[in-house]
Ligand binder design. Structure first.
Ligand code: 6GU
Length: 247
């Protein structure tokens, strides 16, 4: 996977993604980060990239030419025509696991991080294919958001996670929250590990974990229950612990 990121703060993204699992995937060559500093494509002698908004109002707006020139340089030399360009904005579609899966199947992706009060609408209309938000709150720029997307997308690419981690991922696939985990010591401040986990009875452990996933999802994220694909047995369990008739 080749990521091309247009930003005014490449060092922020570099620092954020060069550690831990994603950093290792970059080292291994499974993913490649191409950070493009929009400022380098300014044709202004002061390397200016923003200006006052037409019509007045607070803040500055990023000008279209530096962004378009940066985009052109990548399009002409590094990517295929059909490559998607994702603009990070609170006005976008809210990112979720399904979108991460869809993006992870692409060969390369481009991202545009905005700053200031926004980006001139004309360049967005010209180059953007997808508008994506990471939630209903406002950030100062798209850099943190693009790191969130790249982390979530990259862990789905074969070879990025170890086999161990991948197996973990499968159990989250059903749209429920994870069951609680425990490790040593057996006794922490008087709290002991649930008996079933040290019983060695694998069928019981699997059943307990599924029930924990279900009850935890019902309690913490009831909105996910309706979307999850539940078996009749799972629905029956939830009906027993809640008072839900219409699952
Ligand atoms: Cl993608 N960008 C900015 N600037 N703010 C956001 C966001 C993105 N998603 C939520 N808030």
């Amino acid at each position: 996977m080749n990521y091309h990121i247009f930003t005014l703060f490449p060092e922020m993204i570099e620092q954020g993604l060069n550690t831990s699992i994603i950093g290792r995937a970059i080292e291994k060559g499974i993913i490649d980060l191409n950070l493009i500093n929009i400022r380098e494509f300014s044709t202004n002698k002061h390397k200016k990239v923003d200006d006052y908004p037409y019509g007045g109002g607070a803040g500055m707006v990023m000008q279209p030419e530096p962004i378009y020139n940066a985009y052109k340089s990548v399009m002409d030399t590094k990517v295929e025509k059909k490559t998607r360009l994702i603009y990070l904005t609170p006005q976008g579609k809210v990112f979720n696991q399904k979108m991460a899966e869809e993006f992870s199947k692409e060969e390369s992706l481009m991202f545009l991080c905005g700053h200031y009060e926004g980006v001139d609408e004309r360049v967005l209309e010209t180059i953007v294919t997808d508008y994506v938000s990471i939630g209903d709150y406002v950030l100062t720029g798209g850099e943190l958001a693009v790191m969130v997307l790249i982390d979530a997308i990259s862990r789905l690419i074969p070879g990025v996670l170890s086999n161990n981690d991948s197996a973990d991922y499968e159990s989250f696939q059903d749209g429920l929250l994870e069951y609680p985990q425990y490790t040593r010591p057996y006794d922490f401040m008087g709290k002991t590990v649930p008996d079933v986990l040290i019983s060695g009875h694998h069928a019981n452990i699997t059943k307990w974990r599924k029930e924990q996933s279900l009850s935890r999802t019902l309690e913490r994220r009831p909105d996910l229950i309706n979307k999850a694909h539940l078996t009749e047995e799972e629905k029956k369990y939830l009906k027993n612990i809640a008072n839900i008739d219409d699952l």
